[in-house]
Design a protein around this ligand. Structure first.
Ligand code: R5P
Length: 319
């Protein structure tokens, strides 16, 4: 097997293959098999194709719907180490549990910290895309492994430039402002940020400022995550009342829980696009080459590959 061995967890085969192909002319890469059997009693069994001695193993597993994925993933990581991998890295384009970053009510888990401890115990490094960093400002505050964060803003801004004439970037809440500002700056477009109050999982209120000075511009709602979709639905409803042109929705991670997409379309979204950090049914913004470069950057200190970087990547190392 090859020096960098990619192991896709179930459902990540195309993602791992794409990253490996993107690296094939620049590094010694290969794909290894990782199967997960589910027993009738609910336990699972990971089975890994053994890596070549000294190979750098890279598990590829995006972590939407994380509860079912996490136990097999940790089993696979521990097994790769048992089988002699020189290092075990994780490419998780979507990193779960980052939004529960404090104890909002007495007795609640601070899930982001707990999850960080689990992954840090099993992996040498982590590559991800725009984790929801809010009260936790950077991954090293909670992850003890080496981590690197890729920024999707350059690709999102390029998609907007190619697809939306005369855009007005709209952040639906304060937490989205960091992504909206980055995209607006790159797209050379004005930006407004709405005010959001979340009263429950599906009960979201949004207020919109006076948009008259942006009349005629197409609102492009930018968020990091679409989960229930209710943040965007509330924003779309207010924009409809403000009689803007039909808005476009662009997000990093399209989780689309339940009826989210139907509700977003029903509320008036003209188009919806998300990066391909998770599989989803809307227009996809491809981050494969960014992930491939990110893997090389994580592997480089160990394996010593000397290839030059891909052009126009959007990434920043954690401080
Ligand atoms: C939270 O602040 C995030 O930035 C997103 O706005 C939120 O996770 C979206 O969730 P939902 O789609 O359930 O409204």
């Amino acid at each position: 097997m090859s020096r960098i061995a990619f192991y896709p967890m179930p459902g990540n085969e195309a993602r791992a293959k794409g990253i490996a192909q993107a690296l094939s002319t620049r590094a010694d890469v290969g794909l290894g098999a990782c199967a997960v059997h589910h027993f009738p009693d609910g336990e699972s069994l990971a089975q890994i194709q053994p890596p070549e001695p000294g190979a750098q193993a890279v598990l590829v597993c995006t972590l939407n719907q994380p509860d079912a994925k996490t136990v097999p993933l940790l089993m696979a990581a521990a097994t790769l180490r048992d089988l002699g991998a020189a290092s075990v890295g994780l490419v998780a384009p979507y990193l779960a549990y980052m939004r529960q970053d404090k104890r909002f009510l007495p007795g609640q888990a601070i899930s982001a910290r707990v999850y960080a401890r689990w992954l840090s115990a099993h992996f040498d490094w982590l590559l991800t895309v725009d984790p929801h960093l809010h009260r936790i400002r950077a991954l090293p505050q909670i992850y003890t492994l080496r981590s690197r964060v890729l920024r999707a803003a350059p690709r999102m801004a390029a998609w907007i430039a190619a697809n939306v004439a005369n855009p007005l970037i709209v952040g639906p809440d304060g937490e989205s402002a960091q992504w909206a500002a980055d995209v607006a700056g790159r797209a050379g477009a004005p930006m407004v940020v709405l005010e959001k109050t979340r009263l429950g999982d599906k009960d979201v209120r949004v207020t919109v400022p006076d948009l008259r000075r942006h009349a005629g511009r197409t609102p492009v709602l930018i968020d990091d995550i679409i989960s229930s979709g209710r943040t965007l639905v509330a924003a779309l409803e207010r924009l409809r009342e403000a009689a803007t042109p039909p808005p476009v929705c662009v997000a990093v991670h399209g989780l689309f829980a339940g009826d989210a997409l139907a509700a977003i379309r029903e509320a008036g979204a003209a188009r919806v696009a998300c990066t391909d950090t998770v599989d989803h049914p809307v227009e996809a913004i491809d981050l494969t080459s960014d992930l491939a470069q990110g893997v090389l950057d994580m592997i480089l200190p160990v394996a010593g590959h000397g290839a030059p970087p891909f052009p126009s990547i959007g990434q920043g190392a954690e401080p």
